[in-house]
Design a protein around this ligand. Structure first.
Ligand code: 16G
Ligand code: ZN
Length: 543
């Protein structure tokens, strides 16, 4: 075939580095940026294959390592609906990435195409959309990716350039949607749709007080500046940590992951002294702007965290109220739409109790966006958030059609119906999106007339600890029950249960990390002394 000789020639320039085993994990391939060129080349092949397999639908490729250090990088594929790559294809990615010669790469690729029943020579075109974050290694990785694409003819290719992960997901989803029903499939379309819905929802409630945004010195910085220009005066945004070209600055001492794990302000934000009033709220994005964490300084200047759990609670109860007001039932009756929340085992016990106490159904699933997203699709309105700030809200197609044809019987129900429709446009339903989630939080606070203080009052987090434990082989650790129980090593869970039983309101679980070579220990308890004991005991038992 024509492309084979081109492929051969191109692949020779991107040999796999020796002694590295690549694996397509929860967040795609992720490691030191300098190790990734051959992987990028393989991802081009895989993206072509995936698009051909799906009749030429547009596939996304995002080059980022999110909250990880600046020297790291990564790549993941996005399916036509804007969701993560179908998990059954992860092993195909791993297979290609580990080929040790051009010959084996080509054979593997052709075998894979055959096995997947994809006709490489047939004229079904492939369509690929890609973007990268601000990492210094990104440019070279894009070149390697493009070298892979160059072996094929007649591809439809869109290079979005430097953008956030959620922008890429949005454009892929909108490109594949019928009749522009997910918005215009462009970067401008993304900002326009979101900002337009925000202004509708804020109405005459604005302008809101200034919001301080820690951009983690990453791609969130230009995104916040662009968003600002679309928002006009409705929400003044002040960017902090927006140095995208300072070497070593990305995710260093700042960003959502820093704030969540340290449970403290980034030093730069502390030094700026801007959060001096209790109603001054601030937020941190992560390195590719798909996560967000809010916080403020409470009484006595005490740091108060408003994490993904707090966002889920705020948003779910607001949506429930709107659904009630919209009276979507027969003849103006209440009811009908179920608003549910999806969490992982990392959700603070207090948040789960708070939600259940208010009649919100809660599902617990294993870590990783694909699990949460999938479970959220089972509700009419599915709110999913990881405690680390990654999450979004999904409106089911049937709920959206109910809204569209609903004939409200009162002004109140008419307003609520319009607000639900605007929310479905404000929210990025493809993936967790720091910008869209930020606007969502701002909308709810504005409608409730709340500052961060009233939001925070919903419940008090149980003291908790997250500990990283280095072990000889993390693959020995296997879990069940949404990662809350170990099935291997044999007998360990019983010992852990005993330790947990000794601590008041204790809860703890152990799971192998999907992104780092370690196991993670989570513990919570009624008191800080209790949680410290529990975290230490469990960590020691695991070693
Ligand atoms: C990945 C996941 C994130 C999860 C994290 C856990 C996606 C896109 N991202 O970054 O949702 O919180 O892994 O990391 O699924 P861990 O397995 O190292 O604890
Ligand atoms: Zn991220």
């Amino acid at each position: 075939a024509v492309f084979l000789s081109a492929l051969q020639k191109a692949a020779d320039a991107y040999p796999k580095p020796q002694g590295v085993k690549f694996s397509y994990g929860t967040a795609g391939f992720r490691t030191l940026g300098e190790r990734l060129p051959s992987v990028m080349f393989c991802c081009a092949l895989l993206a072509v294959l995936r698009s051909k397999k799906l009749g030429g639908a547009a596939i996304g490729v995002m080059i980022t390592a999110s909250h990880n250090p600046e020297q790291d990088n990564g790549v993941k594929l996005v399916d036509p609906s804007g969701e993560m790559l179908d998990p059954t294809w992860e092993s195909h990615a791993t297979l290609l990435a580990n080929c040790t010669s051009t010959e084996s790469l080509i054979t593997t690729f052709i075998d894979l195409a055959h096995h997947l029943r994809v006709e490489l020579d047939a004229c079904a075109p492939s369509s690929i959309i890609y973007a990268r974050d601000t990492r210094p290694s990104g440019k070279k990785l894009v070149e390697a990716f493009e070298a892979g694409l160059s072996a094929f003819q007649g591809l439809k290719v869109v290079d979005l350039g430097v953008h956030t992960t959620p922008v890429l997901h949005y454009v892929v989803r909108a490109t594949n949607a019928r009749d522009g029903e997910q918005g215009k499939p462009t970067v401008e379309g993304y900002y326009e749709r979101m900002a337009g819905a925000f202004k509708t929802l804020i109405g005459n409630r604005g302008p809101l007080p200034t919001l301080y945004v820690d951009c983690a010195n990453g791609v969130g910085a230009p995104a916040i500046s662009t968003l600002s220009s679309y928002l006009g005066t409705s929400l003044p945004l002040q960017a902090m940590n927006d140095s995208t070209t300072t070497p070593g600055a990305l995710n260093s001492q700042c960003g959502a992951d820093y704030v969540k794990t340290r449970q403290a302000l980034p030093p730069s934000v502390e030094d700026a002294g801007l959060l001096d009033k209790p109603d001054t709220r601030s937020c941190s994005l992560d390195g590719d702007a798909d996560r967000i964490i809010y916080y403020y300084l409470g009484e006595g200047g005490k740091f108060r965290l408003l994490d993904g759990d707090k966002i889920a609670g705020l948003v779910a109860l607001f949506l429930m109220d709107l659904v009630k007001k919209a009276k979507l039932g027969q003849e103006g009756g209440e009811d009908t739409a179920e608003v549910g929340v999806v969490q992982t085992a990392y959700a603070n016990g207090s948040s789960t109790k708070y939600l259940k106490g208010r009649g919100v159904p809660v599902t617990c699933v294993p870590t990783g966006v694909k699990h949460l997203h999938h479970a959220a699709q089972k509700y009419d309105i599915g709110v999913y958030f990881e405690a680390n700030g990654h999450g979004t809200v999904l409106f089911s197609p049937s709920f959206l059609s109910t809204l569209a044809v609903h004939e409200p019987t009162s002004p109140d129900s008419s307003t609520a119906t319009k607000q639900l429709l605007a929310l479905s446009q404000l929210i990025n339903q493809a993936v967790g999106d720091a910008l869209s989630d930020m606007l969502l939080v701002e909308v709810v606070l504005a409608h409730r007339g709340w500052t961060a203080v009233e939001w925070d009052a919903a419940y008090e987090d149980l003291p908790n600890r997250l500990v990283k434990v280095e072990v000889a082989d993390r693959f020995l650790f296997e879990t069940t029950d949404a990662e809350r129980k170990l099935t291997s090593p044999a007998g360990l869970q019983a010992v852990l249960d005993e330790a947990v039983g000794k601590v008041e309101m204790g809860r703890s679980f152990v799971r192998p990390s999907g992104t780092e070579d370690c196991v993670r220990v989570y513990a919570e308890a009624k008191t800080t002394a209790g949680v410290d004991t529990l975290a230490t005991t469990v960590s020691d038992l695991v070693k």
